[in-house]
Ligand binder design. Structure first.
Ligand code: F6R
Length: 247
């Protein structure tokens, strides 16, 4: 695991973009794993400025809420379309997210697993939850999990409620890539910004590899880079062999 700490979130996004650009410069049809949430929004703005590089990629997203169709403004389909896909002119058929509606949940999970096995990520972008979750793999999700349905924890529902009019509107279940689907990616870039992530970041990097902190498994990935702003990295010890501070 490599860790880089930057002065601010804009520099974090810039570094994530440089790393993604390198992947697509080497392979214009790369498979890129994407995330939703607040953290990647700056990165997506920068990708739009470099849209010519991203027209031919295939994308796979981490997760989707159960019960929200792609036209629902709170769905992750809608988020990806409005924040990235429609601006870069990518063919819709090359963009993939788990479906939150349209069949039995077991079938929707199976379909997404099949899709992932045919589209292994060259790079996966990840955010991290304040409880250490990656995608919607909450604490104690088995490390060998594949795409599955999750009951969201009260802390994740509370975190996500800021994007909804009322907390009662936040779905209580989601379909998520499993931890082993994430670990299958050839490379992983975790981005985390803000003080609220500092403890989870510490546990991911310095804690024991333990299902209590799903992100801790990333210590075992052979090509994982963590990009942090100073707030998210504020609990890390001053000297760590794998940490590069970039002011
Ligand atoms: C999003 C996802 C989540 C978020 C995490 C951080 O697709 O799977 O794991 O990456 O909850 O969210 P933000 O960036 O909103 O703090």
């Amino acid at each position: 695991m490599k860790v880089q700490i930057f002065a601010n979130d804009q520099q974090v996004a810039q570094q994530a973009l440089s790393m993604l650009n390198e992947v697509v410069e080497n392979n214009p049809t790369a498979v890129i794993g994407l995330a939703t949430g607040s953290t990647p929004l700056q990165l997506y703005k920068l990708m739009i400025e470099h849209k010519d590089k991203y027209r031919q990629v295939t994308t796979v997203n981490l997760d989707e809420y159960v019960g929200l169709g792609e036209d629902d403004v709170n769905s992750y389909h809608y988020y990806m379309h409005s924040n990235l896909f429609r601006h870069i002119g990518i063919d819709k058929d090359k963009t993939h997210l788990p479906q939150g509606v349209g069949g039995s949940l077991a079938k929707l999970c199976q379909d997404y697993n099949r899709l992932l096995s045919n589209n292994r990520q060259d790079v996966q972008i990840l955010g991290i939850g304040s409880n250490g979750h990656i995608a919607f793999n909450e604490p104690y999700t088995p490390f060998d999990s594949v795409t599955h349905v999750v009951d969201l924890t009260p802390s994740t529902i509370a975190d996500n409620s800021r994007l909804f009019d009322r907390i009662e509107d936040v779905p209580t279940q989601a379909i998520t890539m499993g931890i082993s689907n994430i670990m299958a990616s050839k490379s992983i870039i975790v981005i985390a910004t803000g003080k609220a992530k500092a403890q989870a970041v510490y546990d991911m990097i310095c804690g024991q590899v333990d299902e209590r902190c799903p992100a801790s498994i990333l210590q075992r990935h052979n090509n994982c880079t963590v990009l942090l702003d100073q707030d998210a990295g504020s609990l890390l010890p001053a000297h760590l062999d794998n940490v590069k501070y970039i002011a």
